[in-house]
Every structure is written in structure tokens, then in C-alpha cells.
Design a protein around this ligand. Sequence first.
Ligand code: KG4
Ligand code: ZN
Length: 381
Amino acid sequence: MMIRILGIESSCDETAAAIVADGREILSNVVASQVEVHRKYGGVVPEIASREHLRHIVPVVREALDRAGMCLADVDAVGVTRGPGLVGALLVGLTYGKVLAQALGKPLVAVNHLEGHVHAVLLEAHRAGAQPEFPAVCLIVSGGHTQLYGVAAAPAAEDPAALQLSYQRLGGTRDDAAGEAYDKVAKLLALGYPGGPIIDQLAAWSPTGAAIAGYGASPKFAPPKLRGNPYDFSFSGIKTAVLYYVRDHAEFQPEIAARKAALQEGKRSAAEIAALCSPATLDLISQFQSAVVRDLAARTLAAARETGVRSVLVSGGVAANSELRRVFDASAQSGGLPVFFPSRALSTDNAAMIAAAAYSRLMSGERAGEDLDAEAVLPLI
Ligand code: KG4
Ligand code: ZN
């Protein structure tokens, strides 16, 4: 008998529900993205996010059940994201999950969103018939987070095939998350929203090919010099450097105005935006990306080497980035530690990763109480 968990995720701007069997088999994975709603503001507006979650939560859960060929009575447990995230957004999924579990008389499991991102890697590895060896380091890199953890694993008491994970925080961003830097740079250059996917595509158009060289030089942007913890990150400096560079070069202004007009007309494809980018802009974009990716990889791989782990996991929205994948894969191929990513669909926020994390917690005997509440800030332990 498989244990089928309904996972619910609503920490930011994605309303998501999924059914995962035994923490490994994805039976359905439904994501209602709010990107279109937040686009005109150039970022997630918390109040609007909560309202959108309210509109979507019931149909999204229903669709997850339908696609898995199940009804509510077939659900064995409910896993919900407890935090970190936007409290108003979290409360929608958490309250709905709590009420469902109570009404069905099934266990409720609270999941840390960041742990969900770690499980996204394991779900994908399982699909590929592989399994990372532990201990590992895990870089979680998204629009809201850039954190580096040491991860240890032990078999869960009630199902030894499920892993009970424990974490040691190694470092994290001192200011902006990497995805946030992508989004802000895209906004100031008028490239569209969200910034990550469009910058990823435009970097490949760069005439200097910095993106293709991958780990190569990025002469405009030196990596930040940080005192103290070598595994900390900082991305606000590079964002400001791009801002100053654009401000000091007046020739960027007409093309920025042209792209703003194009975006307003709904022209958002990489080809349409690239046609409105000068070689200097494309070069700037690819150098920005190279600098961010190089810094993420360098600190993560240094942490992996120095802590003596057996594999490297990379997850979160920015883990969908092509250059980031190339740089980590190149390191693994040249004799470095094996590197594991989720598929692109599992990299960004989803509920399959929440259901998978909930299964491990359930098999370790965890249950959430009736007093479960949403937490904007929630350390991963
Ligand atoms: O994990 P996610 O869906 O939500 C958060 O928990 O933040 O990540 C969204 C972030 C956004 O900042 C977006 O610009 C970035 O991930 N992103 C990317 C790519 N796809 C999404 N960044 C770089 N390259 C990409 N291909
Ligand atoms: Zn996330």
C-alpha cells in the first residue's frame, strides 16, 4: 500500500498542489503561477499574492486530485508549507491544508519550504534512477533565498527508504538573493519580468560569448570581497554596479525606453527583446550572469571541498539557469564531486517537493498540531 500525500505550497507567488506516493512517485503536480498578475508591478505584491492564492487554492487542489485519479478520501496525509515566506500567502495554503486534514481525519505535516527545495533534488534523482550520497552540501538559490547548507541523511524510522535529513547552515546571502538580483537587473534594463529566465536566454546572444565561456572572465564585475564567513554571499553590490554602469553610459537610455515600450505592447519573447538590445547591453547581461554564477559555484564548491562531503545539490528557481548548470556540470566532469539538480519544473516553487518532504517527516513520526501557524522566518534545522 502506497502512502499518498497531498502537498500544498503557497509561500510566495505560486499556488501549488501535488500528490506524491511514498515520497518518490509524483502522481500529479499542479502549479498556478501568478506571474501575469505581478508583472505590471515588476515584483511580487504580498497583498495581491494572498488574494490570488485564495482564488486558486480550491481549484488547484481539486485538479491535483483529478490528475492523480483520486478523491479526497484517498489522501493518506496532508503536507503544507509552514514557512519561510509571505505570511498572508502562507496562511491560505496552511489553513486550507489544516482544515482538510481535520475534516478527513488524516495526519497533517508541516514542511519548511527550503527543505522542500532539497527534496526536489531527491525526487528528480529518483526519477533518473540515481541517488546522491550523503553528507552533501546544498545550495538553495531562488528569488527569496540564497543559502548554503550541509545536509546529513539517516533512514526514517517507519520507512528506511525515506531519508530523514538534518541540516547545518554553512552560509547565505547577506543582502539580496541571487534571483532577486536577476529580477532587479532585468527591471533596470527593461528586459521583462521575472528577470532570471529572460537574462538566461539573452546571455546566449552576447557577442563576447562570456556566457558560452561559462566560468570565464567577467571583467566588469569582480566577485565581492567579504570578510568573515567564506560561504556567505552578497549580490546587492553587483546589482548596484550594473545600475551605475548604465547611469554613467547615456547611450543605454534610448534602447531602455524602446524596450519599455515593447514590453508594454506585450512583446516579451527573448527574440523580441534581444532585437532591441545593443551588443553593449547583451555583453553587460552576460557579464552580470557570469559574475553571479561564478560566485555561486566558487563558494559552493569550496564549501563542498572543505567540508569533505560526497555530493553537491543545487535547487531553487535560479537552479534552472543554463549557465549555472553548465558550470557545476563542468566541475563534476573534471573530477569534482557529483552534482545533482532538480528538473527545471521542480527547480521553481511546486508542491511535489512539499509532499516529498512531508513523507520523510511523516515516516520519522512527525505530526503538526492544531496550533500550527505560518512563519515568515523559519530556519532550516
Ligand atoms: O524558487 P522560485 O520559484 O521562488 C522563490 O522561492 O523565490 O524562484 C524564482 C526566482 C526568480 O527570481 C527568477 O527570476 C529566478 O528564480 N529564475 C531564474 C531562472 N528561472 C527562474 N534565474 C536565473 N535563470 C533562470 N533560468
Ligand atoms: Zn522557493
